[in-house]
Design a protein around this ligand. Structure first.
Ligand code: ZN
Length: 877
């Protein structure tokens, strides 16, 4: 952490490295209090770069230098300079060996970056710039080296010693220590380095690759937790097979390891051959994890595995290219997940996430392009824009090219760039070459921030029997980008006839009608129109099918068009989207006029959707309204109270009007086996718990009884937690009793207790703020554990709008206090928690003033880390 203001890093300043490191030999003498790291680097000048002044600069932070030698000769103090950020050697030869020895202190590392301690385990986190906290190095992703790593540690405390690659040597040492050497044959950037030491239980399995190589699969967890790895292991094997079938990608080492630790800043990390995971994304049993947790585990295990090709074998040239690996890998993860359950439901969830997380980011002071131009702290750019919008850009390319060309583009990318550190431009060029298409205009998606607004209106001409769609795109200005240029985007549409049948989408000028069904139009102009022929009546258009582009769509569909689509769109996603549109309009009307009521056709349409013979998971999605956050996005000034009230009212009314149906749904689905995880069972639980929620909101006594019973059965966490959440939302003695009972039952299980904290932090009650403050002093609260911090403070600030935005500003003050306390310990975590304050401009003047005051307080009393400093200064400028 530096006291001076941090340096702005710009993409335009990128220069290739002056030196390359071919080989790295590391030796760790591990001890939580004092670890010594010896590094032998084989360095040479980069032949591709002209001669500079002959000095070498290595990054290094918080390292205590013990020894330094060049080609075996100890370096005198005047041969180098040491500062806060690293080491400069004044004169170095063309090619040489550099030996350094440093001391570091894992037990004192609360930032969880570099080498740190999680309970009794020592582990590393190097992405993006953590390796410089381990050893002096060229800590940049375009320097690829082969690593050989030796770990030495006390045999009893650290019986398991892991690093990247394959183990090649083991020895017992006379002093009670032991030693293991690992070798990774694949050159990699240092951000993919990892080691783990500890007393770990190992769950083992095997996988035979398409070319019949056998791979050992190992999941390492804290003792006694091995039983809860089965789902992660199964997901891993599914992901390995999927990548072979879908993309022809095979695993490349003899062993693939996953280690789960309790202290982790993010979800997981794709270190070569040794993925490190936040244990909440590994451990699961039906008693300790919800169906949602199971789904996340499958997705994240797959995501990290997929990085082996999209990230590791082909990596990023610089951190501005982060979406090269993250956008692409999220896309691959989403496609994999779509095959596990239902593609429509998966797409619905991904779109909900994008709208709730990425759209607000793209509309606020932190808006940045998928490929940013500059940053102060790269850790601040692991965002929904780089990840999820980045994935949408890959998806659009796949849509524009079609599956065959897209696969050819991927094959070309893997063939051409294997072993390299490349750019997003390199990826797009492969897509162009493989398809023969020009993606010149499409590239703007990577450069321009902001969510495009797409306005579409239609006109039917009965005489000509044509239907015309007028399309206009507008991209709002974002910080530092006032002028925008039109984008190239795929607009997937269908046209439906009166009876709900798909019609051919037949463009004027085409000799023949195509087959009926979805068609992808290409939008490239700021204003454009499409004429469809052969239509003897006005069709109902199903627009932006599958959310074919990440835009805000404004169309001129009437309420009856949407009701029609909700009932008839053959596309599941389209039915959901129509329902969302109806609910959104209604909710916004309720915000404006609390006495507005639910129209009868509307209630009937939802009754119909509820009774439909469809996948229960999809029905549950259709009947779930847009979140309070999503609604807020639609308003010029977010009316926190109005939205909350409207949301409640909507729930109560739909609960009351469909009471019999909800009860029938619950009765039909209630007997599902609590331990079964089939898509069918998971969907039934989702629908059931939605029914219970509506019954509870309606204040139905039968609902309360069912809720108590469901909580009491206690055999499946999805059901228990859903009931607990509803009881707590209702409040009173039942709530207190259930919370106490839940805590007693699970006090030994941190991941379940995280949920206990989150349920209380998200309860929409006046007393919640006081309760959160009280919980900060609960013996189970631990500011050193990111999962716990997120479950209390993160949940309160990000998922409890009515309490966080309390009119007196107490929620803001609480968050700022916590950010200030956490920043010196863990700046990355503090910066992430702070985000809800950043959107202050979206609220009324009173709230704006209160939020801004807290940001100013943070900038005065804290913001010593580049992480927090960057966010606070962007928010206030
Ligand atoms: Zn990733």
């Amino acid at each position: 952490m530096s006291e001076t203001s941090p340096q702005l890093i710009r993409l335009a300043d990128y220069r290739p490295p002056e030196f390359l490191i071919d080989a790295v030999e590391l030796c760790f003498e591990l001890d939580p209090e004092h670890t010594e790291v010896s590094a032998r680097l084989s360095i040479r000048r980069n032949p591709a770069v002209g001669q500079a002044n002959g000095s070498l600069r290595l990054a290094g932070e918080g390292l205590e230098l013990l020894a330094l030698a060049l080609d075996g000769q100890p370096l005198p103090p005047d041969a180098y300079r040491l500062d806060e950020q690293g080491l400069t050697l004044w004169q170095v030869p063309e090619r040489f060996r550099l030996d350094s020895r440093v001391a570091i202190h894992p037990a004192r590392n609360t930032a969880l970056e570099g080498l740190y301690q999680s309970k009794d385990i020592l582990c590393t986190q190097c992405e993006a710039e953590g390796f410089r906290r381990i050893s002096f190095f060229l800590d940049r992703p375009d320097v690829l080296a082969r690593y050989r790593t030796t770990l030495i540690a006390d045999r009893k405390r650290f019986p398991v010693l892991l690093a990247n690659g394959n183990p090649i040597e083991r020895a017992e040492l006379p002093d009670g220590r032991h030693r293991v050497t690992w070798e990774d044959p694949f050159p990699k950037p240092c951000y993919l380095f990892a080691l783990v030491a500890g007393d770990l239980e190992c769950v083992e399995d095997r996988f035979v690759t398409a070319s019949e190589r056998e791979v050992r699969l190992q999941i390492y967890v804290e003792p006694q937790k091995g039983e809860r790895c089965a789902h992660a292991m199964q997901s891993l094997k599914q992901a390995m097979r999927w990548d072979e079938v879908r993309f022809g990608r095979e695993y490349d080492l003899d062993v693939f390891m996953i280690v789960a630790v309790s202290h982790f800043n993010m979800g997981a990390m794709e270190n070569k051959g040794l993925n490190l995971f936040n244990d909440r994304y590994v451990l699961a049993s039906p008693q300790t994890a919800t169906d949602e947790d199971f789904a996340h585990i499958a997705a994240i295990v797959a995501h990290e595995y997929f990085h082996n090709w999209t990230g590791n074998r082909i990596t990023c040239r610089d951190w501005f290219q982060l979406s090269l690996k993250e956008g692409l890998t999220v896309y691959r993860e989403q496609e994999f997940a779509a095959g596990l359950f239902s593609p429509s439901v998966q797409r619905i969830r991904d779109v909900r996430f994008l709208r709730a997380q990425q759209f607000p980011e793209d509309a606020g002071p932190l808006a940045h392009p998928v490929r940013p131009d500059s940053y102060l702290e790269i850790n601040n750019f692991y965002t929904a824009t780089v990840y999820e919008k980045g994935a949408e850009l890959i998806r659009m390319q796949a849509t524009l090219l079609g599956p065959e060309s897209f696969r050819r583009g991927m094959d070309l990318y893997f063939a051409r760039h294997d072993g390299q550190a490349v750019t997003i431009e390199d990826f797009v060029r492969c897509m162009e070459e493989a398809s023969g298409r020009d993606l010149g205009q499409f590239r703007r998606w990577y450069e321009q921030a902001g969510t495009p607004e797409l306005s579409i209106w239609g006109g039917y001409d009965p005489t000509a029997q044509t239907y015309t769609l007028h399309v206009r795109q507008f991209i709002p200005p974002t910080p530092g980008q006032l002028v925008k240029h039109p984008l190239h985007l795929p607009l997937a549409i269908g046209l439906l006839g009166e009876d709900g049948r798909e019609l051919p989408v037949w463009l004027a000028g085409e000799p023949e009608p195509p087959a009926a069904g979805t068609r992808v139009l290409e939008v490239t102009e700021s204003e454009q129109h499409f004429v469809f022929v052969g239509l003897d009546a006005r069709p109902v258009p199903s627009l932006l099918r599958g959310f074919s582009a990440p835009v805000k769509l404004k169309d001129d569909l009437t309420e009856s068009d949407r009701l029609f689509l909700l009932a008839h769109d053959p596309d599941g996603f389209g039915r959901w989207e129509a329902g969302q549109g109806l609910m959104q309009d209604l909710l916004l009307r309720l915000v404006a006029d609390p006495k507005a009521s639910l129209p009868a056709e509307f209630i009937e349409a939802f009754r119909h959707a509820l009774r439909a013979k469809a996948d229960p998971a999809l029905i549950a999605e259709v009947l779930t309204p847009p979140s309070e956050e999503e609604l807020g996005e639609q308003m010029a000034v977010i009316d926190v109270e109005g939205i909350h009230r409207a949301h409640r009212l909507f729930g109560t009314e739909l609960g009351r009007h469909l009471r019999e149906d909800w009860i029938a749904v619950y009765r039909d689905n209630a007997e599902a086996d609590p331990s079964v995880l089939t898509p069918e069972a998971v969907g039934r639980r989702a629908l059931n718990n939605l029914a219970l929620a509506y019954l509870m909101r309606a204040g139905n006594p039968e609902g309360l009884e069912l809720c108590r019973m469901q909580f009491g059965k206690g055999r499946n966490l999805t059901d228990v937690l859903a009931a607990l959440r509803l009881l707590v939302e209702r409040g009173g003695d039942d709530a207190e009793a259930a919370l106490a009972e839940f805590y007693r039952r699970w006090s030994h299980e941190p991941l379940v207790i995280d949920k206990w904290f989150a349920v209380q932090a998200t309860a929409p009650h006046r007393e919640t703020l006081v309760r959160v403050v009280t919980l900060l002093h609960h013996p189970a609260y631990d500011p050193g554990n990111p999962n716990r911090v997120r479950s209390l403070i993160g949940a309160f600030a990000a998922h409890n709008p009515i309490c966080f935005h309390a009119a007196d500003g107490a929620g803001y003050c609480l968050l700022a206090d916590q950010v200030l306390q956490l920043e010196p310990l863990n700046p990355q975590l503090a910066a992430r928690l702070l985000k809800p304050l950043i959107r202050w401009r979206r609220f009324d003047p009173q709230r704006q003033a209160l939020m801004r005051a807290e940001l100013v307080r943070i900038s005065k009393q804290g913001a010593r880390s580049p992480d927090v400093f960057e966010l606070v200064s962007k928010a206030c400028s």
